[in-house]
Design a protein around this ligand. Sequence first.
Ligand code: XIL
Length: 376
Amino acid sequence: MKRNLLSAAFIVLATIIFSCNDKHITVSGLKDAFAGDFLIGTAVDAPQILGIDREAKPFIIKHFNAITAENAMKWESIHPGPDKYNFALADSIVSFALANDMFITGHTLVWHSQTPDWVFQDSIGNPLTREALLERMKNHIFTVMGHYKGKVQSWDVVNEAIGDDGQIRKSKWYNIIGDDYIEKAFEFAHEADPDAELYYNDYNNEEPLKRAGVINIVRNLRNKGLRIDGVGIQGHWHLDSPDFKIVDEGISEYAALGVKVMITEMEINVLPTPSWLYGADISRIAEYKDSLNPYVSELPDSVQTLLTNRYARLFGLLLSNKDKVSRVTFWGVHDGYSWKNNWPIPGRTNYPLLFDRNYQPKPAYYAVIEEALKLK
Ligand code: XIL
């Protein structure tokens, strides 16, 4: 009952907000509020695309104009065996996006996670040579990008290659190929589809140390005459971190290199989480404890307010950088689908997005729209 009254209040509030300053702006979805500012995206997976959740597609069409496959284009999904490609789910995502005029980002071509071990081994399990791994990387990039040529406009070519210390991550890609593996990935990607936009994507790369490492990558690619169009800041954020001043600096420094900046996997975790698990290193996990899962039945108003205010400030900041930010993508359609329910601690009930588990807009939804309309 209290909940219904609350959401009724927000709807009334929303109507007032949307008619403020004597302007009557009809906002039927999130993307409309940010039209002319930046694209608003979401990540999708099988439940939304294969019709298992029948509400999903119309909802996505209403609110989002950009799409990323949450898992379907990752190496382990799309290329599970040396001679086996599995395009079915990714094809459905791409068809849905094209039919609804959405900007598509292929996620992701070269990453150390969700990439099977066989990728780095020969047929008897020995590590590949540099040449053999480069060949395998090239074939993968050509096959996947080739399959979506003319359909998928942009690619996260390399994901998470820098550590929190700003140094290159000592992944199997690095250990076998050497530090030019990033250059090679961008070179192959440009050859595979000369029209595609090519991005570098990472988490925590708003932070100064890691940012410096990513800036080096961009500069190095440019110095070598290679194409890079943008840097994705994943945006797996928290109520108390990062400091938005750092995000602001990060956006400006990347943009100063002449690349687009995107927030590519945004959500705000509201659950107690040890800070060593901040970021998004998917190999780190901690054990479930009830004390770390305090809001199983609902989010208390006090925390809802913290979330709302943080989203409002964040979008205020992004809007003030709208000349630099080309897209803001949420990592999931609604709270129930967020990976934050299961990472870094499995089995929790999290509330990190703008829509609740019943597809209802949360106060944070109205707050970010209000930020957008202030400037219209
Ligand atoms: C996550 C997905 O959301 C989960 O479903 C999956 O189990 C693990 O990966 N950085 C990325 C994303 O670039 O691809 C990750 O997505 C989250 C961290």
